[in-house]
Ligand binder design. Structure first.
Ligand code: 0O2
Length: 209
């Protein structure tokens, strides 16, 4: 059984290793150009077997359909400082030709009932193996640091309460989601003002020369 899972998960592990290098590479390229990187950091994981079985069970996915129907066995997260950076990252991913985009889910414009916000892109990624090419699904979640903070805390509480939050915790989580949303808005505003100030400053120095 263990060998069967190892064989099944091997291409997912390889995809995560490769994509981490590629997506982190995008950040380094921005750094080399001394321009603001829309990517703050990147993480990736292969879903643990117990979580795969749990989710397959909840969604009624038979085990022989896992590869085709469970889209996040391999998952990556790209964290951004600002909400606007998310759009830039999505554009950069759409331009790439080393994978194909299968689906996009915008939980930023349409946040989930839980308060969850994030942009999800499901890709079909080709992994080269000794038995030829194997295309697998990978889910990339793109979110701000504030969205990530909320989702991480909510996820661990969800685990603790098995999805059934006491009412006061549920209310607090909703309030925290609103606070995270406002934090993102404030930061975008501040960023806009900083950029405006930089334009005025460069115009003044140009005039002085
Ligand atoms: P893990 O441990 O992160 O892998 P479903 O799971 O049925 O709601 P589906 O079809 O898998 O949805 O697609 P979706 O919602 O686009 O992606 C699911 C993943 O998004 C989750 O994976 C989480 O990572 C994240 N996510 C979605 N909704 C929430 C939420 O309300 N709170 C938090 N914290 N994360 C969320 P897993 O498998 O649930 O978890």
């Amino acid at each position: 059984m263990k060998k069967h899972w190892d064989l099944f998960l091997a291409p997912y592990e390889q995809a995560i290793d490769e994509l981490k290098v590629k997506l982190k590479g995008m950040r380094s390229q921005f750094e080399m150009q001394s321009t603001h990187s829309p990517i703050e950091f990147v993480t990736g994981r292969v879903k643990p077997i117990a979580s795969i079985l749990d989710k397959a069970n909840k969604k009624g996915i038979p085990l022989d359909k896992l590869a085709a129907e469970l889209q996040d066995i391999a998952g990556l997260r790209m964290m951004c400082q600002f909400v606007d950076d998310i759009k830039k990252v999505v554009e950069l991913l759409r331009q790439r030709n080393d994978f194909e985009i299968v689906e996009e889910r915008d939980y930023i414009t349409h946040k989930k009932l839980s308060g969850y916000r994030s942009y999800h892109i499901v890709i079909r990624y080709p992994v080269q193996t000794i038995n030829g090419e194997k295309k697998i699904l990978v889910e990339i979640q793109i979110r701000t640091l504030a969205m990530n903070f909320w989702a991480t805390i909510e996820h661990s509480l969800n685990y603790k309460y098995s999805g059934h939050f006491p009412e006061d915790i549920e209310r607090r989580l909703q309030r925290a989601a609103e606070a995270a949303f406002r934090l993102d808005e404030e930061m975008s505003q501040i960023r806009g003002e900083i950029q405006e100030a930089q334009v005025i400053f460069s115009r003044k120095t140009e005039d002085a020369n």
